[in-house]
Design a protein around this ligand. Structure first.
Ligand code: AMP
Length: 299
């Protein structure tokens, strides 16, 4: 594995790989790697000749009140993980390298960013799409791997790539959970042991909602009540939102039909955590996707 910190070097490296017939797989991250990140790396490794992982804590996607300075950073540990996953290039630009001059260009996806996390983080997705557009421009034609844990982000990035005709195939990958069900997140490091136990209520609420839908519930308000009722029993958890939306436009549904996303965001201790599941209702049956749970031995 080589580590690259300059934009022009990464661009040249990817161009050379493509010129020799290799496909490029790209995994954008903010580092502090866990098995969620590693699952994206493994998929990218399986499917491509050259795999690039970027590690950049992007200031543009943090509001002034958010955790930019506290965000966990562990470059040496991350480099070891990426190397162990067989990554070819770790791209670690400085903030000055990514933003050498004041940013006067913002890439903004309307509509999909209005609800869910966009409501409480109104500048967040503009920061995400602006940096991801820059990264896609630097890496060039590639497959880019994103986790369904950040379902709204995946939809927003996919729409950006489509609207702008970017030569990037955006690949969505399963949400990865800890053995106790908590969705893996770099921000789980903020949780003390009591918060960590409390955080399990989010995935337990999703399981309860999944059971209700499997038992025939099709009223999103009833699912919402089931989610909020259970989460309210946990005093350490302050709900931001629990919503049932259509996966295509992320707008609230009036009945559970087709493919819907059940998404939650909540504050636990210092962390703001998100979690979700998708439910597909078809003529032939029901498919609930809660992601994958890793074994204790893998953590
Ligand atoms: P981050 O470093 O948090 O910005 O995440 C980088 C990528 O990893 C994004 O595409 C995330 O959706 C993905 N990711 C983070 N956590 C998980 C998880 N628990 N399961 C699957 N993908 C994840």
């Amino acid at each position: 594995m080589i580590t690259i910190s300059r934009v022009h070097e990464l661009r040249a490296h990817c161009d050379t790989a493509r010129a020799t017939g290799k496909s490029v797989g790209f995994v954008p991250t903010m580092g502090s790697f866990h098995l969620g990140h590693r699952s994206l790396m493994r998929r990218a490794r399986d499917e491509n000749g050259l795999v690039v992982v970027s590690l950049f804590v992007n200031p543009l996607q943090f509001a002034p009140s958010e955790d930019l300075s506290a965000y966990p950073r562990d470059l040496a540990g991350d480099a070891a993980v990426a190397e162990a996953e067989g990554i070819d290039v770790l791209f670690v630009p400085s903030t000055e390298e990514m933003y050498p001059q004041p940013v006067h260009t913002t890439v903004r996806v309307d509509g999909l960013t209005a609800g869910l996390c966009g409501r409480s983080r109104p500048t967040h997705f503009d920061g995400v799409t602006t940096v991801v557009a820059k990264l896609f421009s630097i890496v060039g034609p590639c497959r880019a791997y994103f986790g369904r844990k950040d379902f709204q982000q995946l939809m927003v990035v996919r729409r950006m790539a489509s609207d702008l005709d970017l030569p990037v195939e955006v690949v969505g990958c399963p949400l990865v959970r800890e053995p106790d069900g908590v969705a893996m997140s770099s921000r789980n490091r903020y949780l003390d042991p009591d918060d960590r136990r409390a955080a399990t209520v989010l995935s337990r609420a999703l399981h309860e909602a999944a059971t209700a839908v499997s038992d025939g519930e099709r009223n999103p308000d009833a699912v919402h009540r089931a989610l909020t009722g259970l989460i309210a029993t946990e005093p350490r958890v302050r709900l931001d939102y629990a919503e049932v939306v259509d996966t295509s436009d992320l707008a609230p549904v009036t009945t559970i039909a087709g493919e819907v996303l059940v998404a939650i965001a909540a504050y636990v201790g210092r962390a703001r955590l998100i979690d979700n599941m998708t439910v597909s209702v078809t003529n032939t049956g029901l498919d609930v996707d809660l992601g994958v749970v890793v074994q204790e031995s893998e953590v």
